[in-house]
Design a protein around this ligand. Structure first.
Ligand code: GBH
Length: 490
């Protein structure tokens, strides 16, 4: 095993925050109940069921709109101090705009928040976890700069309504997914499949919307913390002795994470230089008048800089990368895409243990690399791991999930002992739920959900018991220490 027992501290810091997470579309169901309107995910799953692995949708899923009390009870059972959940924009503002506020939608979240606070659990609210009102998509979604002001209005409704009780906020969950996987590929809703162009408009608008909401919160409310959560699968060099592969690693970090985090956390702000240079150059070769990556004004750079009280990071796995700079074929320049701009080829290491998802292999040392990279690149910001977890195909005896949590938490403890300022860990996920394109075929829950039962009965898995033990003791449960033979040299 590559895990050295922690020499310095075996325990997580006393003030370390433990939590579990969910997102609205994945758990709520009741998609058209009490005035909620259609989101881009309702639209995708209803109109293109063939795009979902099991042709399912989240019309019912875990029915948390009905069974939220049980959810809070589970959070209590786990003993965690934080519950991270998201708000469904079309449930609160059915038109997307604040001209019609849906009281029933606000009440739903008020009930959850009040119940959490009754038991001293901190609500950690994600304002946008991918549920855009369909009507706003018809305006072009995040490629339309109009969305910035509309998003500010939406956030203001939430701050006005919940701000007295909610003290932890995230604007966007995983901007890379919101832009690349939704606009650049036929993958997440709205599945534009339009590579290389809308993604950068989307990113530009998201960053401005995020920053403006941050400033609004600080100016008007300011009694809590607010930030953004990005995601990355930790890149590793395909060939460790190859310095080109090290360059590929750096590119991958900058294109996946730096795209959104460099403007906020770097010393001077703005997009990473490597993105500005590469996309600018390629755009020119491709015959565009200007770079496909929009330019910020100096005022905008300042406005966006330092607008996150914490560095939110979701990470589940690792990838291997190598450079892809073989541009001998001139036709290649004509096809712009995020991946061509980045100029890397990705693969997975067959030696890394599989999970229930093709994209997710178990590689805990990747978490250590990632946290050290963040520390070095952004001068040790306070980090919240807002998502980490593993999928399987179901069942209560989830030994692999137990081993996954133990091994990733060991890596995180090593990072903390190395000086990384990790403040909290939010396990994904509280319970099995609707796993986007994978439908119900992949399970990430600490709690099993019986989707066929009328009450969507929730039952703790082995991982729930082990995780609650970790939370209680602030220590990894060594009796479950995995015997992972890391064949990779990283
Ligand atoms: C998280 O994103 C989401 O925030 C959460 O809602 C979700 O339940 C969780 O992942 C588990 O998937 O087929 O190669 O294009 C993490 C990012 C989103 C990464 C789906 C993998 C499919 C990858 N994941 N994505 S791929």
């Amino acid at each position: 095993s590559i895990f050295v027992r922690c020499e310095k501290f075996e325990s997580f810091p006393d003030e370390f925050k433990w939590g579990v997470g969910t997102s609205s579309y994945q758990i709520e169901g009741s998609w058209n109940v009490d005035g909620k309107s259609e989101s881009i995910w309702d639209h995708l799953t209803h109109n293109f069921p063939e795009k979902i692995e099991d042709q399912s949708n989240a019309d019912h899923t875990t029915e948390s709109y009905k069974f939220w009390k049980r959810d809070v009870e589970m959070v209590r059972e786990l003993g965690v101090g934080v519950y991270r959940f998201s708000i469904s924009w079309p449930r609160v503002l059915p038109n997307g705009y604040k001209n019609h506020i849906n009281r029933a939608g606000l009440d739903y979240y008020n009930n959850i928040i009040n119940e959490l606070l009754t038991y001293n659990i901190t609500p950690f609210v994600t304002i946008y976890h991918w549920e855009l009102p369909q009507r706003l998509q018809e305006l072009g979604g995040w490629t339309n700069p109009e969305l910035i002001d509309i998003f500010i209005d939406y956030a203001k409704v939430l701050f006005d309504e919940f701000g007295d009780r909610v003290k932890m906020w995230t604007t966007f969950n995983e901007p890379w997914h919101i832009c690349e996987q939704a606009y650049g590929q036929d993958y997440m809703a709205p599945s534009y499949d339009y590579p290389g162009i809308p993604i950068y408009l989307c990113g530009h608008n998201l960053l401005k919307a995020h920053a403006k909401v941050y400033h609004m919160y600080k100016n008007i409310y300011n009694h809590g913390i607010i930030g953004i959560t990005a995601d990355i699968s930790t890149p590793h060099p395909l060939n460790h002795n190859h310095h080109h592969d090290q360059q590929a690693v750096e590119r991958a970090y900058q294109f996946y994470l730096g795209w959104f985090m460099h403007p906020i956390f770097s010393k001077h702000g703005n997009y990473p230089k490597i993105m500005i240079d590469r996309i600018g150059e390629l755009s020119k070769k491709q015959g565009f008048t200007k770079s496909r990556l929009p330019t910020f004004t100096n005022d905008e750079i300042k406005m966006i800089h330092k607008t996150s009280d914490f560095f939110g990071i979701n990470s589940y796995t690792s990838i291997q990368v190598t450079l892809n700079d073989d541009d001998t074929n001139p036709a290649k320049h004509k096809i712009p895409s995020f991946f061509h701009d980045m100029g890397t080829i990705e693969s997975q290491n067959e030696n890394w243990e599989k999970s229930g998802s093709v994209w997710l292999r178990v590689h805990p040392s990747g978490m250590l690399h990632l946290l050290k990279w963040i520390k070095k690149e952004y001068h040790n910001p306070p980090v919240y791991i807002t998502e980490n977890g593993v999928s399987d195909k179901g069942g209560l005896n989830d030994v692999k999930r137990v081993e996954y949590f133990n091994s990733y938490l060991t890596a995180i403890l090593n990072a903390i002992n190395d000086g990384c300022d990790v403040r909290g860990y939010i396990a994904w996920s509280l319970m099995d739920s609707y796993e986007w394109k994978a439908g119900f075929t992949e399970k990430f829950g600490l709690y099993h959900v019986d989707f066929n039962s009328p009450n969507k009965t929730r039952t703790p898995k082995m991982s729930a018991k082990v995780f609650s033990e970790i939370v209680k003791t602030n220590k990894i449960d060594w009796s479950y220490l995995p015997l992972i033979d890391e064949k990779s040299s990283s």
